[in-house]
Design a protein around this ligand. Structure first.
Ligand code: PEP
Ligand code: MG
Length: 529
């Protein structure tokens, strides 16, 4: 007898297994991490400013007099009580330290940049420099983490913790609760991290060796050699990705099926050749940020978007605005809600906190000058939200142009993931294109939270209702003469592809890990057609 404890849950579909010592978080974690309090955010900002001041003072003693004057000016700016008071006010309104700091400095910077006087205009760069110096300090806050190679054995896991962890040393996830439709499951699938959800009890003891099989959903505590050999036998080799294929001719009245990829992690593009797809159909920007301070970092966001455009080499890159809220809070930001999936999420949160939106809009407008970039709005319910967002794009474009900065005009499209928007699609004339977000559409249609294991069975039965609504939505979009595609996980289910194609879908966007199976099925269909 090995003394092994076998627990059966649901695998997240990642091929393969992991073995490692259990890391049991000391507090049962909720997937929803509350933001830090305003007083903590204010303390963070104050200490970041003090750190910046002392770094500048150190520099002053080591530089020549002209440079020292510039540094002196920067110290004065950092100590300006007006800026401090403004930042405190923004923190009081619910912004995190970084966003409040950048917002407070924004007007100053624009004031310098727009001045007629050359000397004053030249000072803008000094203010930008202190803005970024404080931002960098705020970004340096170490994220919560656990040892490399361990199996995270908690109740649930926040996406931000998954993203902060270094998975290069292996390891897996075994959750008492959770769901395979949650965002953390989606990230784990994309990264190939074995994960099992819905294990219930009993609790796994800390440091116990644990085997997690992401394919079968089996978790074994204290596994025997035979258990490990069994898991290894179940591993399937990953098929290669054929570069291109055409739809079978009978299914091809409106041309070929475009297959794009969903990107949630910059590492995904590093291991994928852009020739195997038709571009990026969904960039989940909220997952590219490593710290809450990145929300305020226009330059960092701009660089990331340019990297995506470079990778896509002329193919379209569809970038979704931050879809925060729900199960994706970013530490120290936003408000805590009782029903976060039904609250300030996606575009609702952005419009409620426009300072954050404006920073991302500027980064997008600048990147759009460099390639075919499209913008996708998450969690839209009514057309007014598109109009409001469009006005912010127009506003920011005008002020960038005034500052002689190149901008592009991106198409703006709607994620169709709230039933009200799907049913009333014909009222969205102001949207340039549509993308069906079936992961959320399923949760709102079935009234089952996508991260709740106890209703996962009902959530999993959503396909027929989704397919009926998709057919209806695609018809409306075609009548409006607007492009429509699918970027939810449903598009990566090869068994459903014929139904999607029959309803008129000609564009799908799937996780890179789903590409081989989707392409294989279509190639097969072609052979038989
Ligand atoms: C969706 O909701 O279907 C979607 C693609 O977006 P996310 O999974 O990030 O919510
Ligand atoms: Mg969604």
């Amino acid at each position: 007898m090995s003394g092994a404890l076998r627990l059966q849950g649901q695998g997240n579909g990642s091929q393969g297994y992991a073995i490692g010592p259990a890391h049991v978080p000391s507090e049962p974690r909720s997937p929803i991490e509350g933001g830090a309090s305003p007083s903590l955010e204010f303390d963070l900002l104050r200490s970041a400013i003090e750190e910046a001041v002392s770094a500048l003072k150190d520099l002053m003693v080591r530089t020549d007099p002209p440079s020292s004057d510039i540094l002196e000016f920067q110290v004065e700016m950092l100590r300006d009580p007006v800026i401090g008071d403004m930042a405190a006010e923004y923190i009081g309104e619910g912004q995190n330290a970084a966003l409040a700091w950048v917002t407070a400095l924004e007007e100053y910077i624009a004031g310098f940049e727009l001045s007629e006087d050359d000397d004053i205009r030249a000072r803008a760069v000094d203010v930008i420099d202190i803005r970024d110096r404080v931002l960098r300090i705020l970004e340096g806050r170490p994220p919560a983490n656990f040892p490399r190679g361990a199996v995270f054995a908690g109740r649930d896991m926040a996406p931000s913790l998954f993203l902060a962890h270094d998975w290069s040393g292996g390891g897996g996830i075994a959750l008492a609760a959770g769901s395979t439709a949650s965002h953390v499951a989606l990230l784990a699938r994309a990264k190939g991290v074995p994960m099992v959800v819905g294990l219930g009890g009993p609790a796994i003891e800390p440091e116990a060796p644990v085997l997690v099989d992401g394919g079968t959903g089996l978790v074994v505590v204290h596994p025997s050699g035979a258990d490990i050999a069994m898991a290894a036998m179940g591993e399937k080799p990953t098929p290669g990705i054929p570069a291109r294929f055409e739809l079978p001719s009978a299914d091809r009245p409106a041309g070929r099926l475009e297959i794009l990829v969903n990107i949630s992690d910059i590492a995904e593009i590093h291991s994928l050749d852009s020739n195997v797809c038709d571009g990026i159909g969904l960039l989940r920007t909220e997952f590219l940020l490593s710290a809450a301070a990145d929300l305020a970092n226009e330059e960092k966001q701009f660089q990331l978007y340019v990297e995506m455009l470079d990778w896509a080499a002329g193919k379209p890159v569809t970038i979704r605005l931050f879809d925060l809220g729900g199960d994706k809070p970013l530490g120290g930001f936003g408000v805590e809600e009782r029903n976060p999936f039904l609250g300030l999420r996606g575009i609702r949160l952005l419009l409620a906190m426009p300072a954050m939106l404006r920073i991302q809009v500027r980064a997008l407008l600048r990147a759009a000058a460099l390639g075919p970039l499209k913008v996708l709005l998450p969690m839209v319910t009514f057309p007014g939200e598109v109009d409001q967002t469009r006005r912010i794009f127009e506003d920011e474009a005008a002020s960038l142009v005034q500052r002689h900065i190149d901008v592009g005009v991106p198409d703006i499209g709607v994620m169709v993931e709230v039933p009200a928007a799907a049913i009333m699609l014909d009222t969205f004339e102001s949207s340039d294109f549509f993308s069906l977000g079936t992961n959320d559409l399923a949760q709102y249609l079935t009234a089952c939270a996508r991260d709740n294991a106890s209703v996962a069975n009902l959530y999993g039965q959503a396909n027929p209702v989704l397919l009926r609504l998709i057919a209806q939505t695609v018809r409306i979009a075609h009548d409006m003469d607007k492009p429509i595609g699918i970027c939810g996980d449903l598009a990566g289910n090869p068994a459903l592809l014929p139904s999607l194609i029959a309803s008129g879908i000609r564009q799908i966007s799937v996780a890179p890990s789903q590409l081989p199976a989707v392409k294989a099925v279509l190639a097969q269909a072609r052979m038989e057609g």
